[in-house]
Design a protein around this ligand. Structure first.
Ligand SMILES: [Zn+2]
Length: 257
């Protein structure tokens, strides 16, 4: 740098100055938000350790929703990428950190010994804040309801959050996520009770719903995990990953025959 002629250095500075003057008189019609997905998590820790993990570690989220008092913290600007999704996929899109907003909810997740798990409930007051936040983000970024997902939807082999205690129905009642019509599920249930579809049927419908799932016809561990993730969201009373008639009816209504 020291050997640069001083006239050249002046030119460089002048060039930078010119580049910073951008005329914004005109804008294109063809544009939209880079944010296409909204991903919901639980922190599996209390507030102080959740905050520490998300602000000083190698993971982060755009928002952290505290339980008591219910408070929304913005930790990452929405225009920047947060590190919350990891290896992930939904509806053919992968690596969702780049195209999503992440909400971490303070919730301790599974408690107790394996086989007798109890899931930390989400208090009403906290959920009111979550619903309002989800609605606001969806509106501003025009996110479609079928792209508002849990971490367990986009990474079913690795993650179970926000878990079966998360009241997805509240988001459905607010019109924020897709939800199968209960009367239609009841109407189609008897046919599935009489004749349960085979594993390829389930894999096909789960893939159409959005999951990354291999169509190999085998009820392998990966398929069981995806079915369990679906059940946690739409039929949380039983989420053992068994392909049963009610799960088939729910999928049939959501995805179509
Ligand atoms: Zn998560």
């Amino acid at each position: 740098m020291r050997s640069l002629p001083s006239a050249f250095a002046v030119l460089l500075v002048a060039g930078c100055a010119t580049g910073s003057r951008i005329d914004t008189t005109y804008t294109s019609d063809a544009q939209d938000s880079r944010v296409e997905f909204l991903v919901i998590h639980f922190t599996s820790e209390g507030f102080p350790s959740s905050l520490k993990t998300l602000t000083t570690g190698t993971v982060s989220s755009h928002y952290l929703v505290r339980d008591d008092p219910p408070t929304v913290y913005r930790l990452v600007d929405e225009n920047r990428r947060a590190w919350h999704a990891g290896a992930s996929a939904w509806k053919g899109h992968a690596q969702l950190n780049a195209s999503s907003i992440g909400i971490e909810i303070v919730n301790r997740g599974p408690q107790g010994p394996p086989g007798a798990l109890e899931w930390d409930p989400y208090p009403d007051a906290q959920m009111e804040v979550v619903v309002a936040l989800v609605r606001d983000i969806m509106r501003r970024h025009e996110i479609r309801p079928d792209r508002v997902v849990g971490h367990s939807d986009i990474a079913p082999q690795r993650k179970v959050d926000p878990g079966p205690a998360f009241p997805w129905k509240r988001l459905a009642d607010a019109g924020l996520i897709v939800w199968p019509d209960a009367a239609e599920v009841a109407r189609r249930l008897p046919a599935f009770e009489k004749s349960l579809p085979d594993v390829p049927w389930f894999q096909d419908r789960l893939a159409k719903h959005g999951f990354a799932i291999a169509s190999n016809g085998a009820l392998d561990e990966a398929t069981v995990r995806v079915i369990a993730a679906f059940q946690m969201k739409y039929r949380p009373a039983r989420y053992d990953g068994t392909p049963d008639a009610e799960t088939a009816a729910l999928l049939d209504v959501l995805v179509g025959p």
